[in-house]
Design a protein around this ligand. Sequence first.
Ligand SMILES: Nc1nc2c(c(=O)[nH]1)N[C@H]1C(S)=C(S)[C@@H](COP(=O)(O)OP(=O)(O)OC[C@H]3O[C@@H](n4cnc5c(=O)[nH]c(N)nc54)[C@H](O)[C@@H]3O)O[C@H]1N2
Ligand SMILES: Nc1nc2c(c(=O)[nH]1)N[C@H]1C(S)=C(S)[C@@H](COP(=O)(O)OP(=O)(O)OC[C@H]3O[C@@H](n4cnc5c(=O)[nH]c(N)nc54)[C@H](O)[C@@H]3O)O[C@H]1N2
Ligand code: SF4
Ligand SMILES: [Mo]
Length: 899
Amino acid sequence: MDRPLNETRSVCCYCGTGCGVIIQSAGDRIVGVRGDPDHPANFGKLCAKGNTLHLAAVRTGRATVPILRESRAVLPAPTSWDYALDVAAERFAAIIREHGPDAVAFYVSGQLLTEDYYVFNKLARALVGTNNIDSNSRLCMSSAVAAYKATLGSDAVPCCYEDIELADLLLIAGSNTAYAHPIVFRRIEAAKEKRPDLKIVVVDPRRTDTAAAADLHLALAPGADALLYSAMLHVLLWEGLTDPAFIAQHTEGFNALRSQLAELTPGAVAAACGVRAEDIVAAARMFGQAKAPLSFWCQGLNQSIHGTANGAALIHLHLATGKIGRPGMGPFSLTGQPNAMGGRETGTMANLLPGHRNLADPADRAELARLWNVPALPEKPGKTAIELFDALTNGDIKAIWIACTNPAQSLPDLAKVKTALTHAKFVVVQDAWGDTETAAFADLLLPAATWGEKDGTVTNSERRISRVRAAVPPPGAARADWRIARDFALRLDEKLGAGRTAQFAFDSPAEVYAEYVRTTVGRDLDIHELSHAVLDARGPTQWPTGAARLYTDHRFAFPDGKARFIPIDTQLTAETPDARHPFRLLTGRLRDQWHGMSRTGRIPRLYSHEPEPRIEIHPADLQRRGWIDGQLMRVKSRRGEIVLPIAASEEVRPGQAFVAMHWGRRSLSHDGVNALTIPVCDPVSKQPELKHAALRIEPAVLPWRMRVLRSPGLSAEAHEKVIEWRARLAPLLEGFDYAALTLDGRERPLVALRVAAAEPLAIERIEQIADALEMPEGVCLTYRDPAKRVIKRARIDDERLTGILLAGEDLAGNWLRAAMKEGVPIDALRRWLFAPRAEPPVASAAPRRVICNCLDVSEADIQREIAAGADLPALQERLKCGTSCGACVQEIKQLLGKR
Ligand SMILES: Nc1nc2c(c(=O)[nH]1)N[C@H]1C(S)=C(S)[C@@H](COP(=O)(O)OP(=O)(O)OC[C@H]3O[C@@H](n4cnc5c(=O)[nH]c(N)nc54)[C@H](O)[C@@H]3O)O[C@H]1N2
Ligand SMILES: Nc1nc2c(c(=O)[nH]1)N[C@H]1C(S)=C(S)[C@@H](COP(=O)(O)OP(=O)(O)OC[C@H]3O[C@@H](n4cnc5c(=O)[nH]c(N)nc54)[C@H](O)[C@@H]3O)O[C@H]1N2
Ligand code: SF4
Ligand SMILES: [Mo]
């Protein structure tokens, strides 16, 4: 009998949009999710990632017990929490005693809850006595933090989502909102539809879905943002579109900047910016003439060697025109992770302290020491992410505690990161999943509870604090992050004899929160009257309590109340392409995948929009060099080399190459794009330039091919089964010249492996893969051609094809994949199974690219209706595509545009 459904209000654990969700559970299982109609971030809408959250509630791959590797000579083995935490405390205490507190470090994450952050932060500073606590927000928001602090005096987003409806110009800079903040983008689309005179300017080197929706797209040269916005400001000045009274009354530093701007005319910078001078002038006029300009920015600006200047140059436009602090206007940094904001508020970065305090400020340190009831807090600056991993390599830091982030996939120059993790004396990894790239380096792997199992709070991009609630208990022995940090603190305190037990006497996340809010008293983010109970009663609330917008009186957060203009760095990128490395790499996100894919990578349907890893290059570059679509390429930077199939794309310009950040060691035989990226940072924000590098691209000669597909067909356990197969295959990718492991399908999910090699694979390796997929020779149809070294094998269950292995010749791979996903009866396929034919023998088996993921509508279906004369409403009526989350509407419009 079906158990009744419980419904629990919580928040989506992906992007900083912060959509409210309602989790549906039966017993201890999460079975569904829907948008929370009452949540002001999304009013019930969810994107494809949010809509499928419940499908990640699988067991395979979850970390469920602590796993300890007693020494590097022995294999890791399961252990108890008591023993695990004891060993961890002993190892940390020994290192602290011998080498001092700065010999250990904590590397945490924008995906932790506020309560988790607070305990980790207190543990590092008030117990260990080190400021070596940094967060993956260093890779993400730290340039935005630095830009806000340098210009407005505090790290506070002054705007709110409602401003989208009130703005008359949207300047979207270095943000692919359509993919990365889909529900914000829905709101932008709705505003534009309602008020077609709302102008949209997008600044992005690539013609993204976001750029395609713009009135003006400035496809700027990578790294040229600070230059571009400064040239726009030059035009504003020249054309009298600034507000001199506002500048005089409410700002400092304009005269110094003005002399720098004098030379930055549109004509002088157009070539470096890669855009026409007229377009710079047009964008400036649109900004200057707008009554309410609203600027969004994200990683295209932040992940740069001058990310701080990029953000500041954008904020300057608002300050020089006085267009800030009123409805519909202002500089709005979109937060990446669900609680990067909470990390900033609780001061969980090397240079910050809780309650928007600064480590460098002695008064701030003293005040916090008082609140924490400790004599003093450490003064020496802590190491930021990149520095921290360098210090592991050179031995300055010997032990690291990594929580809720996967640095062996997400940091730049991974060869270096892996050396660092190997050099470290003791690596603790606290993760919800046990099979991440970083977990492979763990001496101690601690199983963490995750979305749907945790209780606490998060803050979204518009400073809105929401309650996160548990719907089910965590699996096995997994525990909430705040609790793991607390339990470790108590044990470490014992080993160090520090006498700080009272400081960690929290019994619930509500208690942690109660203490945290006391650190905000009198600060710009004062929320001292909030508590879990108050938030439960009031619902999602903005800080400072209830304020929709900041700086409405035009008093900024510097002591004199005046905002600042700062000097602008106009270098483009750390690395400039040259004859040896002529291509410019750009990196970024896909619509339906999240970071290292530890969650989305287990959901077959989320692969359908971008089925496989690839490097996108402009068709003109392919033509010029005689490369063909799909060909495997060696992609090299000064730091590493990877192999990827090439894909022609008009989204990039000639000379550019785009690779998504998501594909790592569990999807590929190599580390993915961060094998190539450069660990050079912005000098102020210390954020690395993850977006850019110079590349060399050349054909990879790997003529031997293998394709393996396996599906459990239709069954209740089908999903769990494919991810189990995927988990068995992932460790086997190591050592292939090229291998890509992906999922696909919906009702009939499948796992797909593609291999390319210089030489035919040894038969034992082929058998190893077949065994992992339960396809040994005995249960399969087999075909062999020893002369050509071809082996083919098919598994058939219930009159359907459930497995196929094509080694040595894989022409039929595509249509067999389609046939398998659709469950085409084997009789229609049998005589073609082992035939080398690229075309499907049956019509329904054509490869299918899905555009609308919610309602499973393919590009072919849409093209067919378009050919029959359908417009957007007709498509939505007939196929229902784009009527659920709406993320594909932009792409459908592009297909309509090509008609
Ligand atoms: N689907 C999905 N959504 C996500 C995430 C995810 O993994 N998947 N992650 C979340 C997180 S943590 C973050 S930080 C955000 C990131 O959100 P975004 O920053 O919007 O996403 P990205 O694709 O990383 O980069 C945005 C754009 O910057 C452009 N760009 C590259 N170089 C430059 C440049 O020099 N100047 C300008 N102006 N633009 C440039 C790229 O072409 C890209 O289109 O997304 C969040 N949302
Ligand atoms: N080339 C390139 N590299 C990039 C970027 C880029 O644009 N280009 N973007 C950068 C940016 S902006 C970001 S934010 C980073 C993201 O990089 P990461 O932080 O490495 O990304 P995730 O894969 O989200 O890692 C989160 C980890 O936490 C685990 N986890 C999930 N929920 C929980 C939980 O509740 N508790 C615990 N303890 N663990 C949990 C997940 O399994 C996963 O392993 O990548 C950066 N790297
Ligand atoms: S936009 Fe999508 S990924 Fe972001 S919070 Fe909302 S549902 Fe989650
Ligand atoms: Mo991020």
